[in-house]
Design a protein around this ligand. Structure first.
Ligand SMILES: Cc1ncc(COP(=O)(O)O)c(C=O)c1O
Length: 181
């Protein structure tokens, strides 16, 4: 029988290994989530998390799986029948597209070859062609975990602004936040 020293080290792209100091923090006794200490902690966390998202705007924390966050983002901002421009970059973008269809949204797909991220110029072209502003949101995956393809979020934001289009930008940064530019 082989003997393995030390903690098990998970070697897959995700979920990532949790640093020891985070695991030790989780070990603390449960806090009353309606009590004043939790309120203080939440206010501090919500403030300090802003630089991670590179924003000065309020951040909402929604506890769920990644798939749950996809669904929450779509159902809380859009209505069935709405057109969404979704960029294919790999397996996860395609699962998000499928979810959007099942929720009754109408995805317009920017097809990709899974070898690169969303191309901002393609998005700008599609938005400029949408003269009646039917597209209500643009969806991109920041770091497409299945392929490692990176989408330039700022370039996509700029493309939407250049096209003077009111579509909302929804970004899946599940494996990109804090780790990729
Ligand atoms: C980029 C990306 N989006 C969405 C998901 C789906 O997340 P979950 O498996 O937690 O539902 C994953 C999971 O690895 C992911 O890497």
């Amino acid at each position: 029988m082989s003997y393995k020293a030390g903690p098990h080290f998970l070697q897959i792209p995700g979920p990532s290994n949790i640093p020891g100091r985070v695991l030790r923090a989780i070990e603390r006794p449960t806090m009353d989530h309606r009590g004043p200490s939790f309120q203080d902690l939440a206010v501090e966390v919500l403030e300090k998390i802003k630089p991670i998202f590179k924003t000065s705007q309020p951040v909402v924390i929604f506890p769920s799986s990644g798939t749950g966050a996809w669904e929450a983002a779509l159902v809380n901002t859009l209505s069935p029948g709405d057109k969404v421009l979704m960029y294919e970059t790999g397996q996860f973008s395609n699962l998000w597209i499928e979810l959007a269809s099942r929720l009754g949204l109408k995805p317009e797909i920017c097809q990709g070859d899974w070898r690169g991220g969303a191309i901002a110029e393609v998005i700008e072209e599609r938005l400029l062609a949408d003269t009646t502003k039917q597209i209500k949101a643009v969806c991109i995956v920041h770091n497409e975990t299945s392929t490692g393809a990176l989408s330039n979020v700022k370039a996509v934001r700029d493309a939407i602004d250049n096209a003077k289009h009111p579509a909302l930008l929804l970004v899946d940064t599940i494996s990109g936040l804090g780790s990729r530019a």
